[in-house]
Design a protein. Structure first.
Length: 278
């Protein structure tokens, strides 16, 4: 049940948490002429942190939502909702996860340690947002893309804000796109459970609104690097395919399109990596 609690069977969340870190690290590496072995080490370090902290975030989410999860078809088999583990056991497991995350964070400089720790408040309050606002996807975006700020800070503190803030804002737009698609899986159950989401808020206007956020992502993320600019062509095509073809009333198709965003993040990073290597 602990493996299920941390979603080890569904690693997509770790990828989505890692990619903004990788983007920021690679931009900073190019800016500072960081040697490739040092970049590779930091990418591996942040990948480990993303894996651990995504699991911790899932544990926190399930601790908040155990009663709500029991009312939703897709989530009623989660360990806490199904009473496979107790809340005390979940707390103990969370302590282990956060300790491992702290171990990764302590490998960074002091500036990054403080910046990284400051994101924990967003991680903790995110599960509450679905109870009070139709914009929990925005709060998830603010939390999930903190790596866009932290990556650069880890290599060259403080980060160059005019570079990382647009990247962060663009990544938040991207999160709203993919997590709104994800939220359409549960929209029928969410109405019964009293849970709010952008899927319910956007309703039949989901496609044009997500198109707007996709344009925002592309515009904010654009940097004057040739390989990166070239990578935005398949990225834009992927977003158009995702938004245009998703059957928003089909849970399986929503999940398939949501998972495909791991490849979108890789496309963006490939462009940045190409510019760094050149």
């Amino acid at each position: 049940p602990y493996l299920s609690l941390s979603r080890l069977d569904k690693p997509i969340g770790s990828f989505l948490l890692f990619w903004p870190c990788a983007w920021s690290l690679t931009l900073a590496a190019q800016h500072t002429a960081l040697p490739l072995p040092s970049l590779a080490y930091n990418l591996a370090l942040f990948a480990t942190g993303a894996f651990v902290m995504r699991g911790a975030g899932c544990t926190i989410n399930d601790m908040w939502d155990s009663r709500l999860d029991a009312q939703v078809e897709r989530t009623k088999t989660r360990p806490l909702a199904a009473k496979q583990i107790t809340m005390l056991q979940a707390w103990s497991f969370l302590g282990l996860q956060l300790s491992a995350g702290l171990g990764v964070l302590l490998q960074l400089n002091n500036y990054s340690i403080l910046l990284g720790a400051s994101s924990l408040s967003l991680v903790i309050v995110y599960p509450l947002m679905k109870r009070i606002t139709h914009w929990p996807q925005l709060v998830l975006g603010l939390a999930f893309n903190w790596g866009a700020l932290l990556g650069w800070a880890a290599l060259s503190p403080p980060p160059v804000w005019e570079a990382v803030l647009p990247l962060y804002a663009g990544a938040v737009c991207w999160t709203i796109v993919y997590d709104s698609v994800y939220a359409h899986q549960d929209k029928v159950d969410d109405i019964v459970a009293g849970v709010k989401s952008t899927a319910l808020l956007f309703a039949e206007k989901t496609r044009p609104i997500l198109t707007g956020f996709s344009v925002g992502f592309l515009a904010l993320a654009t940097k004057g690097h040739p390989c990166f600019l070239a990578s935005l062509v398949p990225v834009a095509a992927h977003l158009a395919w995702q938004i245009g073809t998703t059957d928003l009333d089909n849970r399986a198709d929503c999940w398939k399109k949501f998972v495909s965003n791991a490849w979108l993040g890789a496309m963006v990073w490939a462009g940045l990596m190409g510019d760094y290597l050149i």
